[in-house]
Design a protein around this ligand. Structure first.
Ligand SMILES: [Zn+2]
Length: 425
């Protein structure tokens, strides 16, 4: 706890840890006797936090609206996604290590295989891995008409990111990617999606880039070698999910100098943390997969609290289990996260708050993100305890936090930490 002086007034400040359990929320499963994986899991620490703290349900974006990990985390960090999010492209670009600036338009891309007639034979170019960096390098830093610069970088496997930079661009252009189940369909021409000059200019620039890319890729030695050895060439780029980068005000500027950090093994959450101006810790030992290493994440989180006020710790594995419909493994991952939180709780400074929540629900029976709200608990000194004794979807529905949005959750936490701004005199 710190008593900071601001404008002659003494302010009580506390640090906090947010544990973001990706896709945590679920629905009752008959295999678990009508409980959710969280309710069926043995979670001593979560339940202590719930018993001593305040619980509720969070609609990350809005009730009944499923959202992605990117949007869910932006909401959880108090951002208005209508202001800072227009599509997945810029998030992918940040994840791929790009510096992006307001006005840049970014796209998710695939290296693909097309035939002489422009028919997509394989949307992933035989899931190409080798040589992707070299192929991406020849598509980087290309000057197009109207002074638009195309920058291109590889992402994972056959995926890549394209960033168009220039005056007056728009994300409102169609995809060249015919979509996941449409192999055998032609690569789609880029069309402006509204009447604006910006959309027309962007569509023309993108179309020009894609033509140049096909020319360069077709004659590249890596592709000639692939053809010789019977592999599919990566001879075209498919684009989708265009978005324009907007000015995203860092948390530190928005909330009285709060210093924030994130621990995550997943590129999407790392990109969101970057947007929010958070310090990011990555390490080969902490992954965005099933082997997430909660103990290592806990030790990074505790270390980061020395120089930060707020630390976000993200675990992806629960979402993966939800997508895979593996309720038993979701339950056991939740138990591992409970152990991770036990370590955090034992080692944090005495007045640190702990909040546990999620970016969205990924119910095992659905295998996709749903619009179900997610359970939340906030624990620590100064938090008004409610009467709920367990951290689960049902118990949280009757808790003191009520039913709130992701943005509400963040504002409540920031206020408990002493970083909020008073409205009015
Ligand atoms: Zn997610």
């Amino acid at each position: 706890m710190l008593r900071a002086k601001a404008g002659g007034k003494i302010i009580l400040r506390r640090k906090a840890i947010i544990v973001s359990i990706d896709g945590l929320g679920d629905r009752p499963l008959h295999e678990l006797g009508g409980l959710t994986p969280l309710e069926a899991a043995t979670t001593h620490t979560f339940d202590i936090l719930a018993g001593e703290g305040m619980v509720g349900l969070v609609d990350p974006y809005a009730p009944g609206v499923p959202c992605g990990t990117d949007v869910g985390h932006l909401c959880m960090l108090g951002y208005d996604t209508k202001e800072v999010y227009s599509g997945r492209g810029p998030i992918e670009a940040l994840g791929a290590g790009f510096e992006i600036f307001p006005g840049d338009v970014a796209f998710r891309c695939n290296f693909a295989t097309i035939d002489h007639n422009g028919i997509v034979r394989d949307r992933r170019a035989g899931r190409i891995r080798e040589g992707v960096a070299e192929l991406a390098a020849i598509l980087n830093n290309i000057t197009l008409n109207n002074n638009v610069i195309a920058n291109f970088a590889p992402a994972t496997e056959h995926r890549a990111v394209l960033v168009l930079r220039g005056a007056g661009l728009s994300p409102l252009v169609s995809d060249s990617d015919p979509g996941g189940k449409n192999e055998g369909m032609p690569i789609q021409p880029i069309r402006p999606l509204d009447e604006s000059e910006a959309a027309l200019k962007t569509a023309e620039a993108l179309q020009q880039f894609l033509a140049i890319a096909r020319g360069l890729l077709n004659q590249h030695p890596i592709n000639l070698k692939r053809i010789m050895s019977g592999q599919l060439p990566a001879n075209a780029i498919l684009t989708r999910s265009g978005g324009i980068a907007t000015k995203c005000i860092p948390l530190q500027e928005r909330f009285n100098g709060i210093r924030c950090a994130a621990v995550s093994g997943e590129a999407t959450v790392q990109a969101i943390a970057k947007m929010a101006g958070m310090q990011i810790v990555t390490h080969p030992g902490i992954t965005g997969s099933y082997d997430f290493n909660g103990q290592l994440k806990a030790s990074f989180a505790i270390e980061l609290l020395n120089d930060n006020d707020l630390v976000l710790v993200h675990v992806k594995a629960t979402d993966l289990a939800g997508h895979d419909g593996k309720w038993d493994s979701k339950k056991s991952i939740i138990e591992q996260i409970d152990n991770m939180v036990a370590v955090i709780k034992a080692k944090i400074p005495p007045d640190t708050l702990i909040a546990i929540t999620a970016d969205h629900s990924t119910p095992c029976e659905v295998g996709e993100h749903s619009g179900d709200p997610v359970p939340v608990v906030i624990w620590g000194k100064g938090v008004r305890a409610d009467k709920q004794l367990a951290y689960g979807e049902t118990s949280c529905s009757a808790g003191g936090l009520g039913r709130i949005t992701g943005k509400d959750f963040f504002h409540i936490l920031i206020d408990l930490m002493g970083f909020s701004q008073k409205l009015g005199a």
